[in-house]
Design a binder for this molecule. Structure first.
Ligand SMILES: Nc1ncnc2c1ncn2[C@@H]1O[C@H](COP(=O)(O)OP(=O)(O)OP(=O)(O)O)[C@@H](O)[C@H]1O
Length: 331
């Protein structure tokens, strides 16, 4: 396989080759089967695993390799990375000396970074290197982090929203919040239960949130269970009310952005006002997200062309740029 750029996210895992070819984009979910007297085995990963969540026997457990963007259990993370590598290259010889640049939240502690490197090495990667996700995402969007102007980016993932300003190979300001895409999903769930008395599953609530972005009419149909009787129920919800329900989450992200801006020197603020804010990560695809940020911040928001894959793409292209990896090694 040679070299890979990997974005190991809370929600999704994305892998690109050194030639920036997208080779894997799957949910970060793994099903583990415990069979008596034997080692726990990986039953499924990615889309297969996500489709089976809630449809398996008691012997099968669904696991996510990361929480809030960092590893909490080394064995799970290692098993997940190994399963991803096997999916990409089934034969052992194909994986020999495969190296990678892996995205890591900028706010990760040295211990969390060490855990990720250890899991990656144990899973079979050769000398993996870490690169801060906001920097990798910016590179994936065509921004040069060694540029002499300040760039401001927001990465709205599932578990975290990270705001970062950088210039000339240095991070000038950074803020991270645990209020991101998953909180938007939760807001949709609570709204449907309170306003319409309907209970939907976590995956359905996420699907409704995403469908709001592509719905042609002003309303969408929602199927679930009546919160009082438990019977199947169908309701119609307006896009506007769902946008309103998610607004506190977008407002919290605006707050994070505003406090990051407060830490910037005046010259950098000028750059940001002129250049605008680059937004990526799946949460930035929320309907009305950019307009809300535009309106609240008063400067332009540039949506990434490929918000879900730019971190892995940027990590893959950083493989060819040693000086860039050196500059951001400590971040
Ligand atoms: N079209 C869409 N509209 C709204 N939200 C979306 C859309 N597509 C994806 N999302 C949301 O984006 C989030 C996942 O984004 P992404 O894949 O960038 O996160 P991640 O990198 O896995 O997570 P993290 O950065 O927290 O580790 C989920 O909450 C998902 O529901």
């Amino acid at each position: 396989m040679g070299a890979l750029g990997i974005d190991l996210g809370n929600s999704n895992t994305v892998v690109c080759t050194g030639r920036s070819e997208l080779v894997l984009e799957e949910p970060s979910v793994m099903l583990l089967r415990a069979s008596r007297g034997r080692r726990v085995k990986v039953a499924a990963i990615g889309h297969d695993a996500r489709d089976l969540v809630g449809r398996t026997s008691a012997e099968v457990t669904a696991m996510r390799p990361l929480h809030d963007g960092v590893i909490t259990d080394l064995d799970t993370a290692q098993a997940f990375i190994r399963a991803v590598l096997r999916k990409l290259a089934p034969h052992r010889w194909q994986r020999i000396r495969t190296t990678a640049v892996i995205g890591v939240p900028l706010g990760a502690t040295p211990l969390e970074r060490r855990a990720l490197l250890e899991a990656a090495e144990e899973a079979g990667l050769h000398r993996p290197v870490l690169l801060a996700e906001p920097i990798a995402g910016a590179i994936g969007c065509g921004v040069d982090p060694l540029d002499r102007r300040t760039h401001l980016v927001v990465d709205v993932g599932g578990g975290t929203a990270e705001v970062t300003a950088f210039c000339f190979g240095e991070v000038l300001a950074h803020r991270s919040s645990r209020i991101a895409g998953d909180e938007m999903t939760l807001a949709v769930y609570h709204h449907l239960r309170e306003r319409h008395g309907i209970l939907v599953g976590e995956i359905d609530a996420e699907d409704i949130k995403i469908r709001c972005g592509t719905a042609e009419g002003p309303t969408i149909a929602v199927a679930g269970r009546d919160a009082a009787t438990g019977r199947p129920k169908l309701v119609t919800a307006s896009i506007e009310e769902i946008q309103e329900a998610v607004r506190p989450v977008t407002d919290a992200i605006v707050q994070t952005l505003a406090s990051c801006m407060d830490d910037l020197p005046p010259q950098s603020v000028g750059d940001v006002l002129a250049e605008g804010l680059l937004a990526f990560g799946g949460g930035s695809l929320l309907r009305g997200f950019h307009e809300r940020l535009d309106e609240a911040l008063g400067f332009s928001v540039k949506p990434a062309e490929r918000p879900l894959t730019c971190v892995a793409e940027g990590a893959a292209s950083a493989l060819r740029n040693q000086s860039l990896l050196e500059s951001f090694r400590g971040w």
